[in-house]
Design a protein around this ligand. Structure first.
Ligand code: ADE
Length: 226
């Protein structure tokens, strides 16, 4: 998969993609992330990318010309499955959106700043608008990092344990059950006997029951979704 990201702050995104699972995905040739500095397409000597909003009001708006030039440049080289705008007024990201997007070949993600982007960019180019939650970040970059992480780890072969992405919380609308590792006892706190029993069937059943218990307690809305 190839993901292009348009941003005025590529530095904010360099680190997450140089580390963690995303770096491994890159090294395995499964995911390429390319950052594009919008200012390279900025207007005039100062490479301007934002301006005052028509109608007045505080805050700058990202201009259509630089963004359009950057998008057109990328589109002339790639065919995108989706052109995504990260915005708090988009559809809230969830596991099923991440699953769906992980099947894409080429994605283009646009990070907004200031008051947002000129509405005509949205009208002309954007095929999907995604929020990572009901709060406002100072730019779309951190949201884009969250989105790319959630997608990248689902690409087959990215995680070493082929099944582990499938047993994540939310993958079946259940939260994940508790997990333990060595030692089997710490400060009098013991790992549940069943996990040490070697009985795979019983362990599976226990995990399922714990997942249901936890979901009922913490996120009952997930159980009533379908
Ligand atoms: N940009 C600013 N806030 C955001 C949010 N909550 N989700 C996605 N993009 C954003």
């Amino acid at each position: 998969m190839r993901i292009d990201i348009i941003t005025v702050m590529p530095e904010l995104l360099e680190s997450p993609f140089r580390h963690s699972i995303l770096r491994r995905a890159n090294e395995k040739g499964l995911l390429e992330v390319h950052l594009h500095q919008l200012k390279d397409f900025g207007l005039g000597k100062h490479k301007q990318v934002d301006d005052y909003q028509y109608g007045g009001g505080a805050g700058l708006v990202m201009m259509i010309e630089p963004m359009s030039a950057c998008i057109e440049f990328l589109k002339s080289n790639h065919t995108y499955d989706e052109i995504i705008y990260m915005t708090p007024d988009g559809t809230t990201l969830n596991q099923s959106t991440a699953n769906e997007l992980s099947l894409s070949e080429n994605l283009l993600i646009i990070c907004g700043h200031y008051k947002g982007i000129d509405e005509r960019i949205r009208d002309k180019y954007i095929t999907r608008e995604i929020s990572i939650g009901d709060y406002v970040l100072s730019g779309g970059e951190l949201a884009a990092a969250v989105l790319v992480d959630s997608i990248g780890r689902l690409i087959p072969g990215v995680l070493n344990d082929g099944t582990s992405a499938l047993t994540d919380s939310f993958q079946d609308d259940l939260l994940a059950p508790p997990v333990y590792t060595r030692p089997s006892e710490f400060d009098g706190m013991k790992v549940p006997d069943i996990l040490l029993s070697g009985n795979d069937g019983k362990i599976e059943e226990w995990r399922y029951q714990k997942a249901i218990e936890r979901t009922k307690k913490r996120r009952p809305d997930l159980l009533n979704r379908n």
